[in-house]
Design a protein around this ligand. Structure first.
Ligand SMILES: Cc1ncc(COP(=O)(O)O)c(C=O)c1O
Length: 413
């Protein structure tokens, strides 16, 4: 073997430090600590009930799996266009027409690597370093972390019981009166961690407000399809120039397939295409080819049966909340989460979740992942007094988890 003539002479200077950017120093997911501990406990006790997971417990619909097999057997599966396979972009546009009665040109649909890929590309296309982007607190941490890593300035709007844990147009007005209109607003309905919906009139008002103030509304609609009492509305229904983000991860039960989408205002199509081509080249093509089948009637029947189970789980959970003294919670309108105020039990949700896991094997997510607390500036929305419970699993397991949880709360009261 020959070595490069200079190899032996290259050595790092003693002072060399890894080059790390401050923008890259994102907040950890605190639930990872719980997951790690749950993993350890599963090895030693084998009794973990993971009510902390943010994903369906079911595989992709059969029709999708069969389409994936056909694609693997019969297609080359090279790169697709940066904006995705035309057949899938058309299927997503058709879905928008069916679900919301809105005609969408498939040319405005970008297929992405999960909705996560859409957020990165859209944030990059829309926001300059230093731009202010508003989001709900509590809210999905990756918005805050991704926007922060890209240099945007995230302002969290305190959202509590009074507004169903969702922002309102009054909050936007109040922010703008003091600071001017923000560059962006990220909304999620149903939301993570709360599962609450933005009511139709409120979504219409915020969509209008954003259009009038030059604020880009990024509407995260990835939990659409999983609602219990009334359907979710799309920002597409209210005109304006919102970016609407969807995903095959949640309702479609395909988290690991990494396929999502964005419906883009015309002006964003080309910049997002260029960004996606550079960031990812394209979304995974096996998943794209298979995802077309996710809209088939057989798949929808299968997926709706999951939603029926989530609804049963939701009812069971809500019925049993008094047993552990929970009186305050976000409206459990959709998704598969309940965001519960446990201030009567703890003001340190992380320690409480760790103790619960230790005593019972039940894993919950501490609220601090969604609303980090600053001890110097306590806020009623601080996640230290909230936990998120996911009821995406099967009903018997949830019931067993609740039995253990209630027994633990009673024994430590
Ligand atoms: C509100 C919300 N948005 C986006 C995502 C990202 O999902 P994916 O990239 O799988 O589409 C998640 C995942 O949990 C989420 O909860």
């Amino acid at each position: 073997m020959t070595s490069h003539p200079h190899t032996s002479r290259v050595s790092s200077p003693a002072t060399a430090r890894p080059r790390l950017s401050r923008r890259g120093a994102v907040e950890p997911f605190h639930v990872m600590e719980i997951l790690k501990a749950a993993g350890r406990r599963q090895v030693t006790h084998g009794d973990v009930i993971p009510l902390c997971v943010g994903q369906p417990s079911t595989p992709a619909p059969r029709a999708v799996r069969e389409a994936a097999i056909r694609a693997i057997e019969g297609e080359v599966l090279g790169y697709s266009d940066a904006l995705g396979l035309l057949a899938l972009r058309e299927a997503i546009a058709d879905h928008c027409a069916t679900a919301y009665g809105v005609a969408v040109d498939p040319g405005r649909v970008a297929v992405t690597t999960g909705s996560s890929g859409a957020f990165t590309a859209v944030f990059l296309a829309a926001f300059e370093v230093g731009d202010v982007v508003l989001m709900a607190r509590p809210g999905y941490p990756a918005y805050r972390n991704t926007l922060g890593a890209l240099g945007a300035r995230v302002v969290e709007l305190d959202c509590g019981e009074a507004t169903g844990f969702q922002p309102t147009v009054e909050m936007l007005e109040e922010y703008a009166r003091e600071h001017g209109a923000p560059a962006g607003l990220v909304l999620a309905s149903p939301a993570n961690p709360t599962g609450s919906l933005v009511p139709a009139e409120s979504l219409a008002a915020m969509t209008r407000w954003c259009a009038e103030h030059g604020t880009l509304l990024v509407s995260d609609e990835i939990y659409h399809g999983i609602t219990f009492d009334e359907p979710a509305h799309s920002a597409l229904e209210f005109g304006g120039d919102a970016v609407v983000v969807g995903s095959f991860s949640k309702y479609y039960s395909m988290t690991g397939w990494r396929v999502g989408w964005a419906v883009l205002p015309e002006a964003y199509v080309r910049p997002v295409e260029l960004l996606l081509g550079n960031l990812n080249i394209c979304a995974p093509v096996v998943g794209q080819a298979a995802a077309v089948a996710a809209f088939s009637p057989e798949a929808v029947t299968e997926l709706d049966s999951h939603v029926e189970r989530y609804a049963r789980n939701r009812d069971l959970l809500v019925r049993r909340l008094p047993e552990w003294g929970v009186e305050h919670l976000a409206p459990v309108d959709g998704a598969f989460y309940a965001y519960l105020d446990v201030a009567h039990l703890t003001r340190d949700s992380q320690a409480w979740c760790e103790a619960l896991l230790d005593a019972t094997g039940v894993a919950l997510t501490p609220g601090i992942d969604f609303a980090p607390a600053d001890p110097a500036r306590p806020r009623p929305t601080d996640g230290t007094r909230f936990v998120r419970l996911s009821f995406a699993g099967d009903t018997d397991t949830l019931a067993e988890g609740l039995d253990r949880l209630v027994a633990h709360v009673r024994s430590t009261a």
